[in-house]
Ligand binder design. Sequence first.
Ligand code: ADP
Ligand code: MG
Length: 357
Amino acid sequence: MRLSGPGASVREVADDAAIAFEHVSKSYASDRGASGAAVDDLSLAVSPHEVLVLVGPSGCGKSTTLRMANRLVEPTSGRIMLEGEDVTSVEPVGLRRRMGYVIQNVGLFPHRTVAQNVATVPGLVGWDRKRTAARVEELLALVGLDPDRYARRFPHELSGGERQRVGVARALATDPPVLLMDEPFGAVDPVGRRRLQTEFARIQRALGITVMLVTHDIDEAVRMADRVAVLSTGARIEQLASPLDVVARPATPAVADLVGRGRTARLLALGRLERPDLDPPVQDGTAAPLVLGVELGDVLAALVGANGPLPVHDEHGRVVGSATPATVVRALDRLTEPDDETNGTTADGPALGTLRT
Ligand SMILES: Nc1ncnc2c1ncn2[C@@H]1O[C@H](COP(=O)(O)OP(=O)(O)O)[C@@H](O)[C@H]1O
Ligand SMILES: [Mg+2]
């Protein structure tokens, strides 16, 4: 079902969206009349259960956008809808309960224990002690922190990655349908960061939560997102599309710039082997076959260890062709070919993307 596109109104999209920005602008007092708005007429709908990642250079308005959603910042104009309800009509405590918020360096309360930090919002909304304690235990386990070891520690007794986990647990405490994350893994070292990204993706899928995540790191964006919105100054949407489309078919020079370096490596991780890429079948009884749909990076890795073409099977184990280095090049060509169907949004296109069904 295609809900949006040139013919669809902002209104139609907002009805189905977990969160929707409708012509939202924000001018801070200091930039009125000067450099333009921090957020300039942003319209964007996040579908239920999707991970939408906003990526763009520092100062382009990512944090302002998130902070307007939970009303830490009030828009100058426009409207933000949470599950069809104008956020300005939801009372603040209710908003905190329905929208978790995770920021870089977490912002844990330093003089409260891990358990007390996680219990912040349940405390605000008046849960009793027993229910809160059970929830805290459950959440710490969910984010990979043993409650017996961690519940009574203070934030300074944790590593950066552990603090970030506590931040996620705290944001999830009241089971909010929507989670806002602002550079959530930014303060963690690269290895810990990869692990947190993987674990968070698992938690997100398990809970089916809707996530709006902000990052300046294109690799984090394409790894985490169902859809990526590439922003430029004023939170203007350069492209709104799947990670593969953004990397393979940048819609504007600004997007091309962002994905340019290391683009091939990203395509190898995102692209998959398809039938039209294949070379003719070969007779080789010994080599382990590849299966259609395998990641291109894995095809390349397998070819590095092989002396020649590798057989390729379909999902039923039938030989459908072979893979050579030329196969991989063809796949990359296929992925980067201009697409006739417009996927996602370009700077000239509609400001609202396609909602998935
Ligand atoms: N509280 C504020 N007062 C005045 N200007 C601000 C404030 N917060 C952000 N800005 C300005 O708004 C623009 C967008 O900032 P921000 O949303 O923090 O960008 P990002 O998160 O993409 O780095 C920047 O030019 C920034 O200087
Ligand atoms: Mg920011």
